[in-house]
Design a protein around this ligand. Structure first.
Ligand SMILES: Nc1ncnc2c1ncn2[C@@H]1O[C@H](COP(=O)(O)OP(=O)(O)OP(=O)(O)O)[C@@H](O)[C@H]1O
Length: 287
């Protein structure tokens, strides 16, 4: 009956070990996400057209492209917000085409949003604790029948939230109401919420939007640390090219609903065809 608490304890311990673990998982050969010949039509318009791409395990993969290229539509299909008209989406070796966001969440795929979704009337620490308690399969209702288990649960979740706060260097705003945090701090908190769950892959949707340059550096550094030290895979849709250049390898370029290039950002920036896809005319490549 109280297996939920045991699972929580185990999960907390696993995450805490991960948080303390040193070392770099690096990019592995196998794929976390595979998009296979995916298309999406809205009436007569094919927003995504026979698109295939992969996100390697342990990578921070960027997705860029001109306005209307189909990036958001593709992202929404990977995240389960839209169902593909054709094609398949594979997550960690499993066909997840058409699954809903909460089903993908249960499998370890999380999405952060352009606009942070914090509980403004709760403190930063409490926001993290709620994310940790809100686990699929965890039954707080069951654990309420046993005060000892409630105390254990609360203790473990609080410890984990404290670790995440420390990892993100948000200790100075630990007890601040989340509604009072700056845009960048809210984004950091949102990253922290993903760390309170057993995420394998995090989809970052325009994480730089509304964040000042100083906090953007912190945000980028934390994404890199989550990737290198904790082994998270990131799939990033972003308009800030400097952030993409700093974080992502490889970078995938979409235009007119499909992938037109993939590689390190230096190569992408120097490719005249890509510049043409962005600006509509052939211009000299920049180094
Ligand atoms: N729900 C929808 N209904 C109809 N058309 C849509 C819908 N969503 C997207 N589109 C169209 O699909 C095409 C691709 O849009 P999408 O938003 O995926 O591009 P994007 O690359 O994310 O662009 P941006 O960088 O401007 O956000 C566009 O022509 C857009 O108008």
């Amino acid at each position: 009956m109280f297996g939920s608490v045991d699972r929580t304890s185990h999960r907390c311990a696993t995450r805490q070990n991960k948080l303390r673990q040193e070392g770099n998982y690096g990019v592995q050969k196998d794929n976390m996400i595979e998009v296979r010949h995916v298309s999406k039509s809205f009436g007569g318009l094919k927003a995504v057209n026979d698109c295939s791409l992969t996100v390697a395990k342990g990578s921070i993969t960027g997705l860029i492209g001109p306005n209307g290229a189909g990036k958001s539509t593709l992202f929404n299909m990977v995240a389960g917000n839209l169902k593909p008209t054709e094609g398949e989406i594979i997550f960690d070796g499993e066909n997840v085409t058409g699954l809903k966001p909460y089903q993908l969440y249960q499998k370890g795929m999380l999405r952060t949003f352009q606009i942070a979704h914090e509980f403004s009337h709760m403190t930063a620490l409490e926001n993290l604790m709620v994310a940790g308690a809100d686990q699929p399969g965890e039954s707080l209702f069951q654990s309420w029948f046993n005060p000892k288990h409630v105390a254990e649960f609360d203790h473990e979740i609080r410890k984990m939230a404290e670790d995440v706060i420390d990892f993100l260097k948000l200790g100075h705003v630990r007890n601040e109401l989340a509604g009072n945090l700056s845009g960048g701090q809210k984004k950091l908190l949102e990253l922290g919420r993903t760390m309170m769950t057993d995420a394998k892959a995090v989809l970052l949707d325009e994480v730089a939007a509304g964040v000042n340059r100083t906090l953007l550096k912190d945000l980028a550094a934390n994404i890199q640390r989550m990737n290198k030290e904790l082994g998270y895979t990131f799939f990033v849709i972003e308009h800030d090219m400097d952030l993409i250049a700093e974080l992502c390898d490889p970078v995938i370029v979409m235009a007119q609903g499909t992938v037109i290039a993939e590689g390190p950002m230096e190569e992408i920036r120097a490719n005249p065809e890509i510049i043409e896809a962005y600006f509509g005319t052939a211009v000299e490549a920049v180094s």
